[in-house]
Design a protein around this ligand. Structure first.
Ligand code: TYD
Length: 135
C-alpha cells in the first residue's frame, strides 16, 4: 500500500509577492478533476474520518495551518503539519485520514483525482478495516 507523503512545490517569488504553481501530473501525481477548500472550521473540529476507494488527494494550507493524521491498516499513524503555502500532503487511496487543529485563518485547499462520488467514500472504520485486507 502506498503511503502519504509531503510534497514541496517551487515558489516563484519576486518583489511583488509569492506565486506557487501546482500542475497535474507534474507537481502532483494525478490529473486534477476536482478542487474544494475548507475554511471556518474551529480548532476542536475533526474533519475527514474517511478513506476513499478511488480518489487520491493533495491537501495544501494556502493560508493558516492545520494537521492531517493518516492511519494505516497495520496500526501505524502519521501526523503531518500543513503550515506553508508551498507544501502539501499527498494522500493515496484507501488511507484513513483526519484533518484537525485548524487555525482561525486556515484555508485548506484540496485537489482530487476524481469527481465527487459519495459511494466511493468509506466512512465506517470497521468497514475500512474489512476492505483493506482484501486489497
Ligand atoms: P465531507 O466529505 O464530510 O467533508 P470532509 O472530508 O472535509 O470532512 O463533506 C461534507 C459535505 O459536502 C457532505 O455532505 C458531502 C459534500 N461534498 C460534496 O458534495 N462534494 C465534494 O466534493 C465534497 C468534498 C463534499
Amino acid at each position: 500500500m502506498q503511503e502519504a507523503k509531503m510534497l514541496e512545490f517551487s515558489e516563484k517569488g519576486d518583489e511583488r509577492g509569492h506565486l506557487v504553481i501546482v500542475e497535474g501530473m507534474q507537481d502532483i501525481p494525478f490529473d486534477i478533476k476536482r478542487v474544494f477548500y475548507i475554511y471556518g472550521s474551529d480548532r476542536d473540529v475533526i474533519r475527514g474520518r474517511h478513506a476513499n476507494r478511488k480518489t487520491e488527494f493533495v491537501l495544501i494550507n494556502v493560508a493558516g495551518t492545520s494537521k492531517v493524521k493518516v492511519h494505516y491498516p497495520n496500526g501505524n499513524e502519521c501526523i503531518f503539519v500543513l503550515n506553508k503555502p508551498h507544501t502539501g500532503i499527498y494522500i493515496p487511496k484507501m488511507v484513513w485520514k483526519d484533518m484537525y487543529d485548524f487555525s482561525e485563518d486556515s484555508v485548506l485547499l484540496v485537489l482530487a483525482s476524481e469527481h465527487y462520488d459519495a459511494s466511493e467514500y468509506v466512512r465506517d472504520y470497521d468497514e475500512y478495516l474489512k476492505e483493506i485486507v482484501l486489497l
